[in-house]
Design a protein around this ligand. Sequence first.
Ligand SMILES: NC(=O)c1ccc[n+]([C@@H]2O[C@H](COP(=O)([O-])OP(=O)(O)OC[C@H]3O[C@@H](n4cnc5c(N)ncnc54)[C@H](OP(=O)(O)O)[C@@H]3O)[C@@H](O)[C@H]2O)c1
Length: 302
Amino acid sequence: MIGKNLSIIGGSGGMGQVFGRYFKQHGFKITIFARNEDKLKAVAKDLEVEYELDLEKCVVNADIVMLSIPIHSTSDMIEKIAPMMKKNSLIFDITSLKLETSMILHKVHKIYPINCVSIHPMFGPGIKNLKNYGIIVLRIGGTNQYDKIINELLEIFRSDGIIITETTPDIHDSRIAITLGVPHMFNILFLNLLKRTNKPLTELTTFTGTTFLLQKVFAESIIQREMEMFGEIQIENEKFHEILDIFEDLIKEYKKVIKNKDLNHFKKLFSEALEYSKEDTHFEDSYKYFYEFMKILKGKKV
Ligand SMILES: NC(=O)c1ccc[n+]([C@@H]2O[C@H](COP(=O)([O-])OP(=O)(O)OC[C@H]3O[C@@H](n4cnc5c(N)ncnc54)[C@H](OP(=O)(O)O)[C@@H]3O)[C@@H](O)[C@H]2O)c1
């Protein structure tokens, strides 16, 4: 049976708070750690959990240590705390990139008698109910109790209707380059493109009824979020660099189509995109969803 003492490194951050609240509801005794004392105390008070300013004290008696700190600090933190952790305890990170973190977890579980798993929640700090959201799981390895401990953790998630997908670091990072890197990039570029036209958004908005409005709201919701993390997801992921090359070729092709007034090639690109998306489960009702979203926006008189 998995122990109930759970420490969250980075517990005062957005995702740390989501999981602090979540595991508390599941009966765990939570202790949070971070560097900024004032914020740590305020979050601990709000979540009604313990806090600890001494890293070693925070992890030494923990049954589970969760890492919820920026991607670039996670590997060093794993190496630092692994020797402090007790026998048969579990460590997991939630970073958005997995190649490096999983390599370090592989390294430490071979040296220390601890259990390691790496997870990636497919949601952000704004989440209210985790049902039907996904968590990507990468099994790393550990002691002879490994399978029992990991399955217990995953069963907690499954009991709330969370969808678990198991994969490898390589597949994870290549898919994330597409599912996170690409939409983030498009929305950053969308707003920058508009800015470079030198037209204020309020003025542009009066010239739209639907598509632009929805796209604009979507981009605005992205641009208010974690700038540093979005940067790391694209910059530090080699797989995203490969996507950029494909995108660059596509833009060149598209530009040629438009400049050469090549309607046939335009139709080809259009039809290929249509055929590709027809496979998708949301395809058939997508226009209906579009007007559902519009109802929300128009109701608010945006
Ligand atoms: N945000 C998302 O949508 C999302 C989704 C899935 C996964 N993730 C992953 O979740 C992790 C956390 O993201 P977040 O959005 O919650 O970040 P965040 O809001 O910036 O929180 C980061 C937390 O880590 C602490 N921290 C930062 N550097 C530290 C260090 N060197 N040592 C100890 N504590 C440190 C911060 O507090 P102090 O600065 O006071 O130390 C804070 O408590 C990242 O790895 C990210 O890739 C994020």
